[in-house]
Unconditional design. Structure first.
Length: 380
C-alpha cells in the first residue's frame, strides 16, 4: 500500500505547514495549494481582481508556506499565468515552488485546433504558457479535460517528448474518466515510462463521486490526488441558503452572480441536508462552515493537496486556519455520514455485505440452520 509520506516543516511565517509527497515523484507539496483562476481582469467581478490584490495574495501564500500554485492557460484569458509568473519572479520564488498549469480548452475561437489533447495543441499550448509564466519549465502539466477524440497514446507520447526537452517535468490528468487514467498509467508501465504524477479532480462534501474509484486507485497506485472546488463554489462557506423544494438559491456570490456556471446542482436533496448539518455543527463548535468543510478534506491522508480558490487575501487567511484547527472526531463523522453519496452500480458489489459472500464471515461456516448466507440475500 502506498504512503504519501507526510511531513511537517516550518513555514516562513509563524505557522507549521504540512507537506505531502506528490504521488510517486520525489517532490513534496503543501497540503493546501493556491488556485489562481481569479488572477486577471477578463472574467468579471466575481472571478477577477486588481493587480495589487493578486500580488498580495501570492505573497501571503508564500509567507504561509504554500509551495504549490495552480493555474491554466484559459484562466482569465491567459492573464492568470502572466500575473502568477510576474509575482513569483518579483519575489525570486520560481525555483522554490511547484508550478502547475493545464491545457485542453479552446483558446482561440478562430482556430479550431487551439483546443484538445493532440500533439499540435499540446505543443503549442506549452510554448504559450511558458511565455506567459516567464519560466523555462512547468513542474506539473495537466490535461485539463479529455477531448473525447485524441488517443491517449498521442497525448502521452507528446508529454514524454516535452519532458525530454525539459519543458515540463511531470504529467498530470484532470477531469478525466477512471479508465483513461488507468489506461495511461498502464501504457507508462508497459513502456518503461514515468507514471502519471497526479490527478486533479473536484472533491468536497457535496461532490464525493471520486470515492467510488479514484481514492482507491490513488491508494493502490500511488498517483497523487489533488482536489479542486473544496467549498463547492461557496455553497460550503455558509454564503447561500438553498430551498430544494422551491428551487431557490439565495446569497451573493459566484453561483448567483458569476459568469461561469456551477458544476453541480444546488437543488439535490443531499445539498440542503448537508448544509443544514454543517450550519448546526458550526454553531455548536463556534467555527465557520468553510473551515469545517476544509478540515474534513484535510483529514483524508489519500489527498495530496487541496486547491483553494479564493478572491481575496482575507479569504486565503481564513482558509489557511483549517490546516491548524482540530475538530472532534464525532463532528467530522457527522459530516461524513450526512454527505455520503449513493453507491452506483457496480460499486455496490465492493460493499462488505457482498465481500462477505466471497471471503466469508466468522459465522459463515457454522450456521445453525445449515443454510448458506446466499439464501439470506438477493444477489445478481
Amino acid at each position: 500500500m502506498f504512503s504519501n509520506d507526510s511531513t511537517v516543516w516550518p513555514s516562513r511565517g509563524d505557522r507549521a505547514v504540512e507537506y505531502r509527497r506528490l504521488g510517486r515523484t520525489g517532490i513534496r507539496v503543501s497540503v493546501l495549494s493556491l488556485g489562481t483562476a481569479t488572477l486577471g481582469s477578463q472574467w468579471g467581478p466575481r472571478w477577477s481582481m486588481e493587480p495589487a490584490e493578486a500580488d498580495a495574495l501570492i505573497g501571503t501564500a508564500l509567507e504561509h508556506g504554500i509551495n504549490l500554485f495552480d493555474t491554466a492557460n484559459v484562466y482569465n484569458g491567459g492573464e492568470s499565468e502572466e500575473w502568477l509568473g510576474r509575482a513569483l519572479k518579483q519575489r525570486s520564488a520560481r525555483d522554490n515552488v511547484v508550478l502547475s498549469t493545464k491545457f485542453g480548452y479552446r483558446t482561440d475561437h478562430c482556430d479550431v485546433n487551439s483546443g484538445g489533447c493532440s500533439r499540435r495543441a499540446m505543443t503549442s499550448a506549452v510554448e504559450k504558457s511558458l511565455t506567459r509564466l516567464g519560466t523555462d519549465y512547468i513542474d506539473l502539466y495537466y490535461v485539463h479535460l479529455w477531448d473525447r477524440v485524441t488517443a491517449v497514446e498521442e497525448t502521452l507520447e507528446t508529454a514524454i517528448d516535452l519532458i525530454a526537452q525539459g519543458k515540463i517535468r511531470y504529467l498530470g490528468l484532470s477531469n478525466v474518466p477512471g479508465w483513461y487514467l488507468g489506461y495511461a498509467d498502464g501504457l507508462c508501465a508497459g513502456r518503461g515510462l514515468p507514471p502519471i504524477a497526479a490527478m486533479q479532480l473536484n472533491y468536497n462534501l457535496l461532490t464525493r463521486s471520486l470515492e467510488h474509484e479514484y481514492l482507491s486507485y490513488a491508494e493502490h497506485s500511488g498517483t497523487g490526488l489533488v482536489s479542486w472546488g473544496p467549498l463547492a463554489g461557496g455553497l460550503l462557506a455558509g454564503r447561500y441558503r438553498v430551498d430544494a423544494r422551491r428551487r431557490t438559491l439565495e446569497g451573493a456570490g459566484r453561483l448567483t452572480e458569476g459568469a461561469l456556471g456551477a458544476t453541480l446542482s444546488p437543488f439535490r436533496d443531499i445539498v440542503e441536508r448537508t448544509l443544514l448539518r454543517l450550519d448546526r455543527l458550526a454553531e455548536q463548535t463556534g467555527e465557520n462552515p468553510a473551515r469545517m468543510a476544509l478540515a474534513w478534506l484535510l483529514r483524508n491522508p489519500r489527498l495530496t493537496s487541496v486547491t483553494l480558490g479564493v478572491s481575496t487575501r482575507s479569504q486565503l487567511l481564513d482558509n489557511l486556519e483549517a490546516a491548524n484547527t482540530e475538530f472532534p472526531d464525532e463532528v467530522m463523522a457527522s459530516l461524513d455520514e450526512v454527505s455520503a453519496p449513493s453507491t452506483p452500480h457496480p460499486y455496490e458489489f465492493l460493499a462488505q455485505e457482498f465481500q462477505d459472500l466471497v471471503h466469508g464471515t466468522p459465522t459463515s461456516n457454522a450456521r445453525e440452520d445449515g443454510q448458506s448466507p446466499m439464501h439470506q440475500q438477493r444477489t445478481n
